[in-house]
Design a protein around this ligand. Structure first.
Ligand SMILES: [Zn+2]
Length: 74
């Protein structure tokens, strides 16, 4: 396999993964990621057990919540 084939394979894999994640969100099915969708670090099993549909790590979740609060201000 040459480098172009390998690159193409990686692109196809990441696209199909994104599509799968997107369709899960679209259908409203459970979204339970192993890795934070913001920074990509592994989410501890305990956190995933504690929080339904957890898709981010603690750090990113608090950042998102801070941004959401900020956006609600007039
Ligand atoms: Zn994160």
């Amino acid at each position: 396999m040459d480098i172009a084939d390998k690159a193409q394979q990686i692109i196809e894999e990441s696209m199909s993964r994104k599509l799968a994640e997107h369709s899960k969100q679209f259908t409203g099915a459970d979204v339970d990621l192993d890795e934070c969708e913001e920074c990509g670090i592994e989410i501890p099993q305990a956190r995933r057990d504690a929080i339904h549909n957890c898709t981010t790590c603690v750090d990113c979740q608090s950042l998102i919540e801070r941004k959401a609060k900020h956006n609600r201000k007039p």
